[in-house]
Design a protein. Structure first.
Length: 197
């Protein structure tokens, strides 16, 4: 209780969604966002990315390199990183959402988990995985790489290096029907929400 007798909001959680390209992270996030639509306890972060927006893949906020650099210099990102020649950023306003008790969900690079743990007061990780053969097929279907390159990409996924300060970690198997993976993902998100514990 605060001095004026009002309940203080519970601390929210940053849920980092990680996993290999082709594991279905964006699909799970999009479907979970639809499931929790209208529930103020959850906020699905929209990333800033220095590439053309593609709603069929990820509905991100498109910015150019100059704007990315300006935001980075102005510390308008709570978290930012570069991967595959692109810049990625999460808005600093997410810190306020978490302070107010929301569960914030975002797709980030696995290499940024340590940085996320240093920025956000409470961090959980949803590690989305699929069977290697299925992962290869999904990568090939995207049309960006041939089968040989897809196999190499699938096999170079290293184990997660997780800081000890993480609050919760779950492996979300997304190898089967999407409804099954989604059910696991939703259950984990609910477990990360203060009002539902």
């Amino acid at each position: 209780m605060s001095p004026d007798g009002q309940d203080q909001p519970s601390l929210g959680t940053f849920v980092a969604v990680v996993g290999p390209s082709g594991a279905g992270k964006d699909t799970l996030i999009r479907l979970a966002a639809s499931h929790f639509a209208g529930d103020d306890g959850f906020h699905f972060a929209r990333r800033f990315v220095t590439r053309t927006a593609d709603r069929d893949a990820e509905d991100h906020a498109e910015i150019d390199e100059a704007e990315f650099a300006r935001r980075q210099e102005a510390r308008d990102f709570a978290l930012c990183w570069r991967a595959h020649g692109l810049g990625y950023g999460l808005d600093v306003s997410l810190l306020t959402r978490i302070a107010n008790g929301q569960t914030v969900i975002a797709n980030i690079s696995r290499r940024q988990i340590g940085d996320a743990a240093a920025v956000f007061p409470q961090v959980a990780v949803a590690h989305v995985v699929v069977a290697e053969q299925l992962l290869v097929e999904r990568i090939v279907r995207r049309g960006r790489e041939d089968r040989t390159a897809a196999v190499e990409r699938a096999r170079r996924e290293a184990p997660l290096d997780l800081p000890r300060t993480l609050w919760r970690v779950a492996e979300i198997d997304n190898s089967g029907p999407v409804a099954e993976g989604l059910g696991r993902f939703i259950a984990f998100l609910e477990s990360c929400t203060p009002k539902r514990q």
